[in-house]
Design a protein around this ligand. Sequence first.
Ligand code: MRU
Length: 341
Amino acid sequence: MRTIDWDYEKNNIVMIDQTLLPGEYKIIECSTIESLREAIRMLRVRGAPALGAAGGFGIALSAFRSDASSLDALLEDIKTAGETIIATRPTAVNLSWGVRRVTSAVEDARNLKEAKAFALDEAKAIADEDVEKNMKLGESGAALLEDGDTVMTHCNAGRLACVDWGTALGVIRGARAQGKDIRVIACETRPLNQGSRITAWELMEDKIPVTLITDSMSGTVMRKGMVDKVIVGADRITQDAVFNKIGTYTHSVLAKEHKIPFYVAAPISTFDFEHLEDEIKIELRKPEELKFFGNQQIAPLNVEVYNPAFDATPMENVTAIITENGIFYPPFLINEVKIKI
Ligand code: MRU
């Protein structure tokens, strides 16, 4: 099934619980805004485009669960739900984008029945468009890859980070669909291991050759000539930086040093050219993520911990940004991006 979807019988959100992968493939349901927020906070659903869909479906869920008897009261419920959903994870712009897009669709409704229908139609449109856009993005980005390339990636920017297909992994899927033999080096992505748990699993499911490395091995594999290109996803692209999973910046510096192209693959919904790097809040996660591996304690309990979920890569380290509207090269001019949006 898709990473996240709507159950039309129960009017619930359904999703693959990504915290259990690769050991267990389990579908869970969210029937309340609180359970959706828990799923987002715990990374049961994660990855910027999937969070966009989660935000959209979240507004539909709040419309279906609301017991408001007037349209104004329903809009008020939706607004409150949207604010709480957005506050769950601050860095990926897609979450607030999904919430706002569906909220504004509901504002056109003339009665309660229409409001629910508009919310669900718009949320479903976000999900469907995500798949289409990723396939388009994957096809255009595939032109950058040559037969025989090895691509290094970080975190999971695959089908599980999206509704389907993927962004960085979408480019790899696109190139393989064109008959190119592409291999992948997946960085483990500490501390939550999206690379080893999800990217490696997802690629193996598709029989795409993948080699797993720890994050600290990226320099040595680049120096040994084992990497032809780096492709990562993005959680937010401001005028001056690309926000993505912590560790991405380090790989970008190493790629620059070793003259390896560093590509970012992301849908236009990830762009936030109204802002600059310094204005964006980076999510700080719990110290326990570094002190425990599962139930195993791996650090002194009282050690001080710094655990940002994301970092910012300055644009000067980015070779190109691959989108569904084509490939952008430096300088990444606000006007050019706006025209393509
Ligand atoms: O904390 P996560 O797992 O939600 O972080 C995900 C990433 O950083 C991805 O690389 C990014 O969202 C792009 S997904 C296409």
